[in-house]
Design a protein around this ligand. Structure first.
Ligand code: CO
Length: 210
């Protein structure tokens, strides 16, 4: 997910670059398990790529490969200026999502990795503006639950429970939808669906021309 257009203090800072203009966060080969190949940011899939509709399967193996995938998803999320990213958005059909409500790689205290998440309690409804890394240039209000309780597994496979409200709750619901193949444009009001129609057509044409 990306913050709405109105959000100012949530935008990610520019990517630090070295003298050759390459992002500084790319690791060099030989720098331990975080080799360059392993940390190369993943490409984010853009609508209407069909993988976005397939959602994710339950994760059953909690190993280094899963940790590497989560680390690469964080890198892709920061590189694109997002606050959340779900595995199907990088063409991986697994129930895995990463998020950081600040969207800033310099403030990682709020980073969360949720595996096999599900909402076990929900309360209150509110509209708020959302964008999505798979829908560049489109922002719209979406109605979500205000308070949620989420049960999930961490990267070690340990069962965890999290209470979330407002912004964090919204990010989790947006990303959780991706794991079910649901996209934020599915949840727009009829008026907003009409408003974004031409932008969606544009993305479809761009996809067809690839
Ligand atoms: Co999204």
């Amino acid at each position: 997910m990306t913050p709405g257009k109105g959000a100012k203090n949530l935008t990610a800072p520019p990517i630090p670059r070295n003298a050759e203009g390459k992002p500084r966060n790319r690791r060099r080969p030989g720098a331990g398990w975080r080799s360059e190949a392993c940390m190369e940011p993943l490409d984010v899939v853009v609508y209407p790529d069909p993988v976005l509709r397939r959602g994710g399967k339950q994760v059953t193996t909690f190993d280094q490969a899963l940790r590497d995938l989560a680390a690469r998803m964080f890198e892709a999320m920061y590189a694109e200026g997002g606050v959340g990213l779900a595995a199907p958005q990088v063409a991986i059909e697994q129930k895995l999502l990463v998020l950081n409500p600040t969207g800033s790689r310099d403030d990682r205290t709020g980073e969360l990795t949720l595996v096999n998440p599900r909402i076990t309690r929900k309360k209150g409804r509110a509209f708020g503006e959302e964008g999505c890394l798979s829908f560049p240039g489109i922002h719209a209000d979406v109605e979500r639950w205000v308070d949620i309780t989420v049960t999930y597994q961490d990267l070690d496979g340990k069962e965890q429970t999290l209470q979330a409200t407002d912004w964090l709750s919204r990010i989790i619901q947006h990303e959780l939808d991706h794991l079910d193949g649901v996209l934020f444009v599915d949840r727009l009001t009829p008026a907003d669906k009409l408003r974004v129609r031409s932008k969606l057509d544009e993305l479809q044409e761009r996809h067809a021309r690839r």
